[in-house]
Design a protein around this ligand. Structure first.
Ligand SMILES: *[C@@H]1O[C@H](CO)[C@@H](O)[C@H](O)[C@H]1NC(C)=O
Ligand SMILES: *[C@@H]1O[C@H](CO)[C@@H](O)[C@H](O)[C@H]1NC(C)=O
Ligand SMILES: *[C@@H]1O[C@H](CO)[C@@H](O)[C@H](O)[C@H]1NC(C)=O
Length: 363
């Protein structure tokens, strides 16, 4: 179930080990309980690894001013103030401790990578000063609200899965536009309409939302496929819950926001939204119908690809390149018909299958 989250983390670890080549001191798994004054802090030590010990306190680190990477994973840390003087740090890896609050980061302006997964954090605070941060892992903590990360203009990855977040209301103000990967799986989001607050993240390519109450099957609500709805708000999404968004899902999303009522509901109307989605994006349909739908969709998509090639040809011939980007969205509507017309037709004949109006124009 957690495979999507796990692969983010593995990816990042392999990244670190290739990007820094200074000399490494590795004191992992040595049963250390204390950091004494004998820490190896020679000028050429850039990486200090103290994983899998029983260290409770980060002390005597002030001398290691030249450290670029520090890892104290799987220890017993309850505080992290001891990193405050390590102003050259680019990587700080402190997962699986008992740290209760984020601290000591004010002067770590070169920090690019921060992992605090599996601690006891209740808030995401005091991180906004690390303006070089690209990767922030706060997964598996006890965070209930999205905190202010608005100054982290280089942040690409934010991992928040396994927390107790209920609302995304602060996302537009607090999450930087640079985010490409966001994990929200295994939180407490109960209202699917909260997804609408992610629309401001225009660079978002990967999102996880599974195992939140709002997308989990319940006996009282009919089954529905939430993927097209999420794509209808996060238009550049490529991967949702570990699966690539299919062309069919993009097309459904397109329909939901341009012609359907996907954007008509507001937070507080979860039941209404879900009942609507159950009619236009049902989880199951009879096998025969599914196949016929797929065949029609395939026709639309191949028409779309043909149309795009034609446009490309045209623009190459006329050397008018602006045509291509302009048409990429409009070309989802086949036969080059006017989107406005299509919209009117479909609103009149809104049935359980959302593509009826588009499909009728396919021979
Ligand atoms: C550090 O040492 C431990 C145990 O000796 C080893 O498992 C681990 O791979 C080492 N880490 C690195 C980055 O060299
Ligand atoms: C997490 O926070 C909630 C309240 O926000 C609290 O009731 C709960 O005990 C906390 N859990 C842990 C493991 O700290
Ligand atoms: C694009 O142009 C080439 C020759 O200029 C032609 O052979 C091809 O069929 C055209 N493709 C489309 C999709 O119009």
């Amino acid at each position: 179930m957690l495979s999507c989250c796990t692969c983010f983390i593995l990816f990042v670890f392999s990244n670190i080990s290739v990007s820094f080549q200074g000399s490494v001191v590795n004191w992992s798994g040595q049963g250390l309980q204390k950091l004494g004054p004998n820490l190896p802090c020679e000028a050429d030590i850039h990486t200090l690894i103290l994983d899998k010990n029983q260290i409770i306190k980060l002390e005597n680190l002030e001398k290691c001013k030249r450290l670029i990477q520090l890892s104290v994973a799987n220890n017993r840390l309850v505080r992290m103030m001891g990193v405050a003087k390590l102003t050259l740090l680019r990587v700080l890896n402190l997962p699986h401790n008992s740290i209760g609050c984020v601290e000591g980061l004010k002067e770590l302006v070169h920090l690019e990578w921060l992992n605090l997964a599996g601690n006891n954090l209740k808030a995401m605070e005091q991180i906004n000063s690390c303006t070089a941060l690209q990767h922030l892992d706060l997964s598996d903590n006890n965070i209930s609200q999205i905190g202010d990360l608005s100054k982290l203009v280089s942040l690409k990855t934010l991992l928040l899965h396994g927390n107790i977040i209920t609302s995304l209301r602060m996302a537009p103000a607090y999450l930087p536009r640079s985010l490409a990967i966001l994990s929200l799986a295994e939180n407490e989001i109960r209202d699917l309409n909260e997804i609408s607050f992610l629309a401001s993240l225009t660079e978002l390519e990967q999102l996880s939302i599974m195992n939140n109450p709002c997308v989990m099957a319940t006996p009282s609500i009919p089954g529905f496929d939430y993927r097209p709805y999420i794509v209808s708000w996060c238009l550049n999404l490529r991967v949702l819950d570990g699966y690539v968004i299919s062309q069919k899902e993009s097309l459904k999303a397109e329909w939901l926001y341009s012609q359907g009522k996907g954007r008509a509901y507001r937070p507080g109307q979860h039941i209404q939204l879900v009942q609507y989605l159950a009619t236009v994006c049902p989880l199951t349909s009879t096998l025969g119908l599914q196949t016929a739908e797929d065949a029609k969709l395939e026709k639309i998509l191949s028409k779309q690809r043909f149309h795009q090639r034609q446009l490309m040809n045209q623009s190459q011939n006329e050397e008018l390149s602006p045509l291509v980007p302009v048409e990429t969205r409009a070309s989802l509507i086949p036969e080059h018909s006017s989107p406005v017309q299509d919209c009117q037709i479909s609103q009149e004949s809104e049935g359980p299958w959302p593509f009826t109006s588009i499909l009728t124009s396919v021979p």
